[in-house]
Design a protein around this ligand. Structure first.
Ligand SMILES: [Zn+2]
Ligand SMILES: [Zn+2]
Length: 344
């Protein structure tokens, strides 16, 4: 089968012919029909994220159909439309026992990170990681649920959003659009910050009360003004550069929660006096639990959250998708479609 491989830090991904893996006991073979491109892949490409495992097939936002089942998996599951939960924790540690597999220190698999993922025609995963998808959500629209929406669900949960709070979503990409909608649905007042008119216009459509263009003016001062001087109750940091982190921190109000989701090579600096006297919290949010994925599917099925797909591309054209993402051109996700004619 064709697969897009990470071969090492600071080296472009490679399209290669590799064998697919037959499902072992308890596993399923999934024929991939849609595979979202996440910002994480850019971090692999740049060398910022190096987990020391190569070569490996990229892709953790994966939708497909079960093609084959291993022993112990009901044969009725063949043909089922599924979306992948990309973590396989050890199942025994204190984090796994409460469902926080994303924090497992003895991870058995993490598709598209340390295990072969879904930038390929097939992927093999445990049956429990192939979660059934309702017919009302198309394959392409479902792909961004796998990481984009689940990450937003998880971060929103950690932030403990409350009705009436001012919530800033700093960066309107795959995760940001989900956060805007979740925050709005929880009764919060949403300020979205970005750099492109098209993305900010969509953020308004999805529920942002105000949008701020980060390329003009002082973002933190604007947020202070909008909130009557109080500052934001929650800032979701989806970018993580010095510029955005400084503004996010300066915009945070009393007992505010600054939630990091995005990152770059830049480090975050804050004087503890700010955290102390305003009782602020700085949190990190990584990935999602299996329950978060179930909740994300339900939110999209019920129309509470809508996924945003900018374009679909044949698997072979993965580099075009990555480059467009890196240039900030995409409004929502680029989704790879294996098996579609890649010859332009
Ligand atoms: Zn564990
Ligand atoms: Zn992702």
């Amino acid at each position: 089968m064709k697969a897009v491989l990470y071969v090492g830090p600071k080296v472009p991904f490679e399209l290669q012919e590799v064998p697919s893996r037959d499902p072992g006991p308890g596993e399923v073979l999934v024929r991939v029909t849609a595979s979202g491109i996440c910002h994480t892949e850019l971090h692999f490409e740049s060398g910022l994220l190096d987990l020391g495992v190569a070569p490996i097939t990229m892709g953790h936002e994966v939708v497909g159909r079960i093609e084959q089942v291993g022993s112990g998996v009901p044969a009725e599951r063949v043909g089922q439309r599924v979306i992948l939960y990309y973590y396989v924790g050890c199942g025994n540690c204190r984090h796994c026992r409460v469902g926080d597999e994303q924090l497992c220190a003895a991870m058995r698999a993490e598709y598209g990170f340390i295990s072969d993922g879904g930038y390929a025609e097939f992927v093999t995963v445990p049956a429990r990681n192939a979660v059934p998808l309702p017919d009302s959500i198309s394959d392409e629209a479902a792909a961004p649920i796998g990481c984009g929406v689940t990450t937003a669900v998880h971060a929103a949960r950690l932030a403990r959003l409350a009705a009436g709070e001012w919530v800033v979503v700093y960066g309107v990409g795959g995760v940001g659009f989900g956060l805007v909608q979740l925050a709005r649905a929880s009764g919060a007042r949403v300020i979205a910050v970005g750099r492109r008119d098209t993305k900010l216009a969509l953020a308004r459509q999805l529920g942002a009360e105000v949008t701020l263009d980060a390329s003009t003016g002082n973002v933190a001062a604007h947020i202070r003004e909008l909130t009557g001087g109080a500052g934001a109750d929650v800032v979701f940091e989806c970018v993580g550069t010095t510029e955005t982190m400084t503004a996010a921190s300066a915009a945070l109000g009393r007992r505010g929660r600054l939630v990091f989701i995005g990152y770059s090579a830049d480090a975050f600096t804050v004087h503890p006096i700010q955290l102390v006297v305003f009782e602020q919290q700085v949190l990190g949010s990584v990935g999602a639990t299996l329950q978060d994925l179930h909740d994300a599917i339900s939110l999209v099925e019920r129309g509470v959250v809508r996924t945003v797909v900018d374009r679909t591309l044949p698997l072979e054209q993965f580099q075009r998708g990555l480059d467009a993402l890196a240039r900030g051109e995409l409004v929502g996700r680029a989704v790879l479609v294996p098996g579609r004619n890649g010859g332009q």
